[in-house]
Design a protein around this ligand. Sequence first.
Ligand code: ZN
Ligand code: ZN
Length: 245
Amino acid sequence: MILPDFTSVSWLFLLTLIFFIIITGRYFLVAGIFYFVFYKWFPSKFETRKINKKKYKKDQLKKEIKWSIITSLLFSIAGTITVVMWQKGYTKVYTKIDLYGWWYLPVSLLIFMLFHETYYYWIHRWMHKPAVFKIVHKIHHDSNIASPFTAFSFHPLEGLLQAIFLPVMLIILPIHYYVIIIQLTIMTFSSVINHLDIDIYPKNEKNILTKWVIGAAHHAKHHKFFKYNYGLYFTFWDKIEKTQK
Ligand SMILES: [Zn+2]
Ligand SMILES: [Zn+2]
């Protein structure tokens, strides 16, 4: 198949627009479903699982949606840059599964997530340095009690730090494009679940999910106490660095 030249101005604009529609649509769909199911349709069912009993600050959700749309635009630009880099042959993205075999698909997903975890944990610690926090990370923490819409509520500088991770990883790690789609879906669900403020994982601390995977209970403590629980998907860095509460 002959592809058009994606570096032309009209294609750069069109690709960014397509990504923007997909990424904002994905945000509203996933955050919206969780919001309506857990807060509007069946709130009484989850009352005992709600972490903070206080109400959201006035206009909090509106602000979160505004910042999340700006983050989505940054993710869209990163998506366009990734497509151009792929067309120019700068990435290790591949399209034929046989190239590395089926076994490599879950392995590459796990490698990607472990790198992502490490990158995020350490930039997150850095963003909590007072001088950096004020500029880069305060917007996210304006939501003391998180909501599903907090998922992508970041200052553009933080959005940028998050957006560059994918294209950089694709230069280094061979990844099938199916795995990229799965990873981005996991990332969206994980962020919404972690900011739900309703704990949907088993309460038993020995349960593998509760022990090693971050959920709303874990991340709500980050929004409340600031200096614990910096992780993204997994708890291992917080355990190693003794920053877990
Ligand atoms: Zn958060
Ligand atoms: Zn933080």
